[in-house]
Design a binder for this molecule. Structure first.
Ligand code: PHE
Length: 448
């Protein structure tokens, strides 16, 4: 790294790099395992319709808001919040904390993915149910894999914005696109795939309820990596020429496209092999591997599938780490490389406990009856994320000031944004109300 890069914050070298990095953060395990599962559970096409409506109505608006706050601030999430209004930095800080905790468990799960790559590269079959349970509950091995993930992530983040994060995303994202299309085509050309596709798209509106809408909302949020300062931080490295509304829309489009493609690759396979579209981890670590193991050229496609899951996870861990690193670099003037080392060590410490939550300390539940992993997952997804989202909406809707906001968002009037009134309405009212409902539901005050 040159002296110059060390002392300057860095910028994306191109708008494409920014776009791919932001999309890389959004596209993650959530798209690949959670979205197809939710579609299967909540009425196929009916859920897809609800999800799409929420993405358009709420998702895009908050993406635009976060990038605008970040580019205006030109600094980390804490500093960018504080720049708009002193005292609001605390919300940026909560967002940074959210990233830290999410990364501590996300790196453990990404480590499992890495383990599966090794598995598919070396053997063809086996009882994945037993293998999975045995692996994740062992005391040492999964921790080593989590450490490998943190080391790879650190290495990339330490190289800075254009030379590290952008470069990695420019390689990993195209690979991910190609691989997912390959796997989806393979699955859709299996005998009986048509039935599976019908199941995927056929809307069953009777499954739409408060619960399913809430699930869709949570998914929009997690999938777009909202409410945790990621797009603020990434936006702070964006050029003043970047067209924010257009870039935001493309990020959202890519994220949604990959979620839909993941469904195409997963649902028909599960359907053909007579399996239930099971929940989260079980779906990709047990059900799918078993299916790959029995399908023609299954080892090859299995390997490809886990490679793409790995790329998706890595581009997300990079963004999570960058939020924390940017904070330490910008606020405490650390050298980027020192910040990365310091933060990684702390992350690793928490990750150890997350990993052990699947084995030795699974029953150790001092946090409101939850173990370390479940507690961190609950706290971040259900409490911190909605708070972060509400803060972003209120800051943009009520505090920023319409003139300054419009100037930043439209690059001083050179970029068109016809829907600015609708967007402002979402920031002022729509967003906060919806997010408050999620929060109250999560803590049990409101029941849907
Ligand atoms: N958006 C990612 C996904 O869909 C997850 C993620 C969450 C990434 C938080 C970064 C931060 O899996």
């Amino acid at each position: 790294m040159s002296k110059k890069e060390e002392t300057h914050r860095g910028l994306w070298s191109s708008n494409m790099g920014f776009l791919l990095s932001a999309a890389g953060s959004a596209i993650g395990l959530g798209n690949l395992w959670k979205f197809p599962y939710l579609v299967g559970k909540y009425g196929g096409g009916a859920f897809i319709i609800v999800y799409l409506i929420l993405v358009v109505v709420l998702g895009v608006s908050i993406v635009i808001a976060e990038i605008t706050i970040g580019r205006h601030g030109g600094t980390d999430a804490y500093g960018s919040f504080a720049k708009v209004k002193k005292g609001w930095g605390i919300f940026g800080f909560i967002a940074i904390l959210t990233c830290f905790f999410i990364l501590s468990y996300y790196s453990v799960i990404a480590g499992w993915v890495l383990r599966y790559i090794v598995q598919f590269a070396t053997t063809t079959s086996g009882d994945f149910g037993a293998f999975f349970k045995g692996f994740i509950s062992s005391p040492i091995e999964p921790i080593i894999y989590a450490a490998v993930i943190l080391v790879i992530t650190s290495f990339i983040v330490a190289r800075g914005i254009a030379g590290g994060i952008e470069k990695a995303n420019k390689i990993l994202m195209p690979l991910l696109f190609v691989f997912i299309i390959f796997v989806a085509v393979r699955v859709m050309t299996l005998d009986g795939a048509a039935e599976g596709l019908k199941f995927y798209f056929k809307p069953d509106f009777s499954k739409i309820s408060g619960e399913s809408i809430l699930a869709a909302l949570g998914q929009v949020f997690f999938s777009l990596s909202l409410g945790m300062g990621i797009l603020i931080t990434y936006g702070s490295y964006a050029s003043k020429k970047t067209n924010i509304p257009k870039t935001s829309l493309t990020i959202v489009d890519l994220d949604t496209l990959i979620a839909l493609l993941a469904g195409l690759a997963i649902i028909p396979a599960v359907f053909i092999f007579g399996q239930e579209p099971a929940a989260g981890p079980k779906l990709i670590f047990i059900v799918l591997p078993q299916i790959f193991a029995t399908m023609p050229f299954g080892q090859f496609f299995g390997l490809m599938f886990f490679a793409l899951v790995f790329f998706a996870a890595l581009t997300s861990t990079i963004s999570l780490m960058e939020v924390v690193v940017a904070y330490v670099v910008d606020q405490f003037k650390f050298k980027r490389s020192s910040a990365v080392i310091l933060i990684s060590l702390k992350l690793f410490f928490v990750a150890i406990f997350c990993s052990l939550s699947f084995g030795p300390i699974e029953k150790f539940t001092p946090f409101f009856g939850k173990n370390v992993f479940d507690f961190l997952d609950f706290l971040t997804s259900n409490i911190f994320l909605p708070i972060g989202g509400i803060a972003v909406c209120l800051l943009t809707g009520w505090v920023f000031g319409a003139k300054a906001l419009e100037a930043e968002l439209t690059n001083n009037g050179t970029v068109k944004f016809k829907l600015i009134k609708v967007w402002m309405f979402m920031m002022k009212f729509g967003g906060p109300v919806i997010l408050l409902a999620i929060l109250l539901n999560a803590i049990g005050i409101l029941k849907f």
